[in-house]
Write a protein that binds this ligand. Structure first.
Ligand SMILES: [Zn+2]
Length: 365
């Protein structure tokens, strides 16, 4: 007995045992489009898959072979349900016999009886030929392959793997001085379980589901060069998706995103930021603690300081790897405490009255 009895031919074609010839043909058509190596860039990994599909189809399109297969596998049609039940070994033989009898006494549908014996592979070839015409593939070239039921292995069209682009966020300081990162790339590789063979001991590889390749996370150490610019791309050669049939692997591109800093604005090595003082501090001057990239320091704010005034703190900006250092530029903002006490409010009232009086005096001049 042929080894196809150990396979689920319906599953291979993705159809039900109840499906008719039209369904079988249509399943074959769409699977051939997917797996015929000549129709998908000569992917030789598909050769055995395509062979399996063709064999399953040839058996199921042959009434005798299908009846024998159904009987052996126990796909027996019951009267009440139009579904097929699971094997009942005792019934299997009887079912086969009855299938044989039916065939002998009853005229089968025209399509089957009109087909001379052994013409099933011809039907498959006709379907394939149709697909080749659709794809605009030369018929004579196809003829070479169709002579053998198995697709040719010789001619493979190399297909380069796809590039992968992924964003990488770095700080301004890292962009300035360069850095190292470990990036996690999800790319396709040959399936490590079946080594690209798609099948293991005749059944579909459970890891790649018969594709022969699988998506794998890979950690790659990358050096980010110094002075890298916003939205620039860093290429990591050959770490993209796998090329096929000798095609090149794709590349990985890291799209650089320089983090927006809430606190600092950068200009080369210079860093700008704001600090907030109270009105009385603006009047009398103060010492204020500020955080610079070189650490916290106390900066002197002179008396009569106004809103928006800028102060330069020399050598408190960023440092590059050559030892150059920029300045910190501090802009003063005036603000009130979140809540004023009654006493403070009283003083502000008095201040307000004094201000009004001064304005009146000035306008009277
Ligand atoms: Zn696999």
């Amino acid at each position: 007995m042929n080894n196809y009895f150990y396979k689920n031919l319906y599953e291979i074609l993705g159809i039900e045992p109840t499906d008719d010839l039209v369904k079988i043909k249509s399943a074959y058509r769409s699977l051939a489009r997917k797996y015929h190596p000549d129709l998908n860039g000569g992917n030789e990994l598909y050769v055995s898959k395509f062979k399996e599909i063709s064999e399953a189809c040839e058996i199921l399109m042959d009434k005798d072979k299908k009846a024998l297969y159904d009987a052996f596998k126990g796909y027996v049609k019951t009267e009440t349900k139009s579904k097929y039940t699971q094997p009942d070994p005792q019934k299997a033989y009887r079912a086969y016999k009855s299938a044989q009898n039916t065939k002998n006494t009853k005229k089968e549908n025209a399509e089957d009886t009109n087909n001379p014996k052994g013409s099933f592979s011809q039907v498959l070839n006709d379907i394939l030929e149709g697909l080749f015409k659709e794809q605009g593939i030369n018929k004579t070239e196809y003829a070479k392959t169709s002579q053998k039921t198995q697709p040719k292995r010789g001619k493979k069209t190399p297909k380069d793997g796809e590039d992968i682009t992924t964003e990488l966020e770095i700080s301004y300081l890292e962009a300035l001085n360069g850095t190292h990162r470990t990036v996690n790339i999800l790319h396709s590789e040959i399936c490590p379980n079946c080594e690209g063979k798609m099948f293991i001991n005749g059944s579909q590889c459970p890891l790649c589901k018969g594709l022969g390749e699988t998506s794998i996370h890979k950690k790659i150490n990358v050096k980010i060069p110094k002075n890298v610019k916003q939205n620039s791309k860093i290429r990591i050669a050959s770490e993209g998706n796998r090329g096929r049939n000798g095609g090149k692997n794709g590349d990985v591109y890291l799209l650089i995103k320089i983090k927006n800093d809430e606190k600092y604005t950068y200009d080369g090595l210079n860093v700008s930021f704001e600090t907030t003082i109270y009105p009385h501090e603006a009047v009398f001057g103060t010492e204020h603690r500020v955080e610079t990239p070189q650490g916290a320091i106390k900066m002197k704010i002179p008396a009569n300081c106004s809103q928006g005034q800028k102060f330069r703190l020399s050598a408190h900006g960023l440092k590059d790897d050559k030892g150059n250092i920029g300045d910190a530029i501090v802009t003063v903002r005036l603000d009130l405490p979140d809540e004023l006490t009654e006493e403070e409010l009283e003083l502000y009232k008095k201040l307000s009255q004094l201000c009004k009086r001064r304005e009146q005096k000035e306008s009277a001049k």
